[in-house]
Design a protein around this ligand. Sequence first.
Ligand code: GAR
Length: 347
Amino acid sequence: MTNIAVFASGTGSNAVNLVKSFNSGNRIHVALCLTDREDIPVIEKMRELGVETIYFPRSVWKENPQAILDVLKSHDIKVIALAGFLSFIKEEIINEYEGRILNIHPSLLPAYGGKGMHGGNVHKAVIEAGETKSGATVHLVTNDLDAGPIVVQREVEVLPDDSPESLEAKVHEVEYLIFPEAVMKTVAAFNKQTPSESNTPTPPDIPKSVDDAWAETLGIPNNVPPIPNTAQTHFSSQPNNMSPTPAGPTSYSATASSMGQRSMALQSEQMPPTYLVWSIIMTILCCTIPGIVAIIFSAKVSSKYYEGDLDGSRRASRNAEIWIIVSFVLGVLSNTLYLPLALAGLF
Ligand code: GAR
């Protein structure tokens, strides 16, 4: 399990989307939400979702980055997602989390980025400039505002009758797709770099079911339903009291890991079809070798998907489909050739 934090300053629809995308699985967990404002909707939303939420006044973000780092470390946070966060992130935090802080921005960066460009301001500027395309970008945070390397970017069309509000709604829709994708990519890259530190092994005292073992071998999810997140934390609105107080008896990670569930993260982008059943049918009934190739690609669909490589997953799905067709065609050809030859007594 890899813990991530979201930082938010407002409505928090992206923060909510990240929690809903990840917290019912066992790969990535939004363990913490930090805010720089006291009375914002995201605080209540995170509390309802059971995510520990802490408010730090702007003065702390500006003058005491070590206090932020201490909280991040104490929650074992590996990746940070800025979901509509409006304070500057101090150099100390950027250096500590180099290549692991993502920001979502509602335009096709580098266009419409920089000072003053956030939320509605961006959409207003795009409409006023008569653009025909806009979009959303997730990029790595560096010391230069909105200028870090782009991780995922997606376009939306700007129609002549679009208003800043309608454009914002369209951009939000693509944000809900690309932000989880970018988080998965960043977490996968981080886990590749530091496998021993970041990948928590399955506890040895929990026996795996046969289903689990096969699902893991083939790289496919089993069908264990996700466990509801039952963690509850109270947000303290006192600026000086930055400690969240646990209110619920059960913590999510304890419940999920101790039951050894294999439920996968809900993705906002659907996994492409694996065609596993068809591959197996083709292997048995038609042509074995192309059928086995199809099974291998079927397994790759889910493994690539859970690594965050959606393009790779789609490619594997397409390849599985092709090899099923090959298996079927070869199976039909060999049978139709074999039968007349057998009847003619040649075989
Ligand atoms: C999002 O559209 C995000 O791209 C933008 O703020 C909005 C927050 O919405 N971020 C910026 O403008 C950063 N410069 P949300 O609170 O509903 O997620």
